[in-house]
Ligand binder design. Structure first.
Ligand SMILES: NC(=O)c1ccc[n+]([C@@H]2O[C@H](COP(=O)([O-])OP(=O)(O)OC[C@H]3O[C@@H](n4cnc5c(N)ncnc54)[C@H](OP(=O)(O)O)[C@@H]3O)[C@@H](O)[C@H]2O)c1
Length: 257
């Protein structure tokens, strides 16, 4: 890995990944909406001797092909991290449908389009690379009150693992990361109660970034970071859907504001 494009590199997991990659000599290209925050991150990375480039953009309102080509032709990158995403908690029929559709746009459509531009370009040029897609533990099962979000992350998991096989003979690694809870802006933006941190073993974004770095080095995918989350992911995979949704409903009710 020499240069990585990270979507959502201004806060949370994307920001922690940017710092981790830069510390390991990878130049980072960061996209997010908030320019001031991107400038702060750039300053911090460069203070520590790293190299970074920033592109403020709302990925749901941007011509992605044009943006991808513009960045790639100037700063060819061998790694793409599709990280930008958000969730909403609540009864599906009471949530703002515009927000639900925007979530599908960002978590799914943007990820698919950027993955396509990246893979087709690298393969056409006969070059290798790494594609890291951020799914979630929520991608392993349907979650009541987190319905659209868990469905978007199930899509990311299924899609990424399928294309991983398609490109495995092309010197390209596709890695799906499925984190459990991580302390970031995500919870506040999703409308999740603050006291949730005491209910579950949350990782910090920096701890998660260390796990991601290991997963990429060892090419492990799908990768569930943290021993407790790993056990949890096995349990939800072997539990029948009617039972896991019943248990999920009880657990998620505690998270509603
Ligand atoms: N935190 C968790 O517990 C957790 C667990 C599992 C999976 N994940 C996944 O991890 C990923 C990162 O989440 P996070 O926890 O780091 O959340 P976060 O702290 O809210 O960060 C989200 C990042 O995405 C950017 N972003 C949001 N909307 C965007 C848009 N339309 N265009 C461009 N950039 C946009 C945000 O910056 P701006 O607001 O400035 O645009 C920010 O940099 C998400 O895909 C999430 O689903 C999170």
């Amino acid at each position: 890995m020499k240069r990585a494009l990270i979507t959502g590199g201004s806060y949370g997991i994307g920001y922690a990944l940017a710092k981790k990659f830069a510390k390991n000599g990878v130049e980072v290209i960061l996209i997010a909406r908030t320019e001031e925050k991107l400038l702060e991150v750039k300053k911090e990375i460069e203070k520590d001797g790293g190299k970074s480039y920033i592109f403020p953009a709302d990925l749901t309102k941007t011509n992605l092909e044009e943006l991808f080509n513009r960045i790639y032709s100037e700063y060819e990158f061998d790694t793409l991290v599709n990280n930008a995403g958000f969730g909403t908690i609540g009864k599906f029929y009471e949530l703002d449908i515009k927000k639900e559709l925007e979530m599908i746009e960002l978590n799914v459509k943007v990820l698919v389009e950027l993955s396509h531009h990246f893979l087709s370009r690298r393969i056409k040029e006969g070059k290798g690379g790494t594609l890291i897609n951020i799914s979630s533990l929520a991608g392993f099962f349907p979650i009541p009150y987190f319905a659209t979000y868990s469905a978007t992350k199930a899509f990311v998991l299924s899609f990424s693992e399928a294309i991983r096989r398609e490109v495995e003979d092309k010197k390209i690694k596709v890695i799906t990361i499925c984190p459990g809870g991580v302390k970031t802006e995500f919870q506040k933006r999703a409308g999740i109660k603050d006291d949730i941190y005491s209910l579950q073993n949350y990782l910090t974004a920096d701890e998660l970034a260390d796990y991601v770095w290991e997963a990429v080095k060892k090419s492990k995918s799908p990768f569930v970071p943290g021993p407790a989350n790993k056990i949890y992911s096995y349990i939800v995979r072997i539990t029948p859907i009617p039972l896991i949704t019943k248990l999920g409903k009880i657990f998620m009710k505690m998270r509603l504001k």
